[in-house]
Write a protein that binds this ligand. Structure first.
Ligand SMILES: Nc1ncnc2c1ncn2[C@@H]1O[C@H](COP(=O)(O)OP(=O)(O)OP(=O)(O)O)[C@@H](O)[C@H]1O
Ligand SMILES: [Mg+2]
Length: 273
């Protein structure tokens, strides 16, 4: 769900050039849970402002832990986590961070519109303004006709769209997604991937996307970071050699297969470490 760090008073609109995303720098990051389980140790990662990075890694390696640290939902035990520009300086214009979980986590008693507007409501944005912003973003995720419906009346894919809209309504500079479309059928997932990539191109935010799907990472991201099993280390950090315009048919092309294979091999190396 989106974190309403700051009010977003304007409806979703293209961002000013170069102002879209935040740069993230993780240095020597460590997280040891009470009980002694070290999940992250000596992790180094830099994410350029406005880039789209996918994180792949074996189950339990620490991907969600990493995302939670970046989101500020958890604290590291060592190392540094730096945002540039600093998150507090982005207050007042756009939310610094929004987070999308694997489950949509919608409030069943609220309409689609009121679910999408929730972060703005929590931030104190007046009713007409927040509803206009929510309507605009629901339009962008293809739910313009469903604003008056309730979560129980939606398909799984539609619920995830609402969840995505709720994250985007704050116009975040950094969007964190933790296996958001994993529970969906292949076709819905591809469509949502396509919408997400289009929104990223339009809004210019930084995106960190955790997935277990090599194909999804390859199609979506500009850069893929493959992590080893626990404690997570970077096994491969690859800027994909694929066109910036990602069309649906890319999935059947040779370049796509080549990139996917590299990621697959890295995952295998990471499992074996
Ligand atoms: N709050 C916590 N306390 C103790 N252990 C935790 C906590 N959160 C996560 N862990 C453990 O840390 C390890 C990494 O968990 P994490 O959820 O980050 O993995 P993941 O890479 O996201 O896995 P998956 O791909 O299955 O979602 C796991 O072994 C998990 O059980
Ligand atoms: Mg996880």
């Amino acid at each position: 769900m989106a974190l309403p760090h700051a009010p977003a008073s304007a409806p979703l609109a293209p961002t000013d050039e170069g102002e879209g995303g935040v740069r993230i720098q993780l240095s020597d990051l460590r997280r040891t849970f009470p009980g002694g389980l070290t999940v992250l140790e000596g992790l180094e990662l830099e994410v350029a402002a406005g880039s789209f990075v996918a994180l792949l890694g074996p189950s339990g390696c620490g991907k969600s832990t990493l995302l939670r640290l970046v989101a500020g939902l958890d604290r590291p035990d060592g190392g540094t986590l730096t945002f540039s520009p600093p998150l507090e300086r982005t207050r007042g214009e756009r939310a610094p961070i929004a987070y999308v979980f694997q489950d949509a986590h919608l409030l069943p008693w609220r309409s689609v519109l009121d679910n999408a507007a929730l972060p703005l409501e929590l931030a104190g944005v007046p009713g007409p303004e927040r509803r206009a912003a929510a309507r605009a973003v629901l339009e962008q995720v293809g739910l313009g006709d469903a604003t008056a419906r309730y979560p129980a009346e939606l398909s799984g894919g539609m619920r995830m769209r609402v969840s995505l809209a709720r994250a985007l309504v704050t116009r975040p500079r950094l969007l964190l997604l933790d296996e958001p479309f994993a529970a969906l059928d292949e076709l819905s997932r591809s469509r949502l991937d396509e919408q997400l990539r289009a929104l990223w191109r339009e809004l210019g935010m930084t995106v960190l996307f955790v997935t277990h799907s090599i194909a999804e990472a390859t199609w979506l991201a500009e850069r893929v970071v493959v992590l080893s099993r626990r404690p997570a280390r970077v096994v491969l950090d690859r800027t994909l050699e694929l066109p910036r315009e990602r069309v649906a048919t890319l999935r059947t092309e040779a370049a796509f297969a080549r990139e996917s294979r590299l990621l697959h091999e890295a995952l295998e190396r990471g499992e074996a470490l």
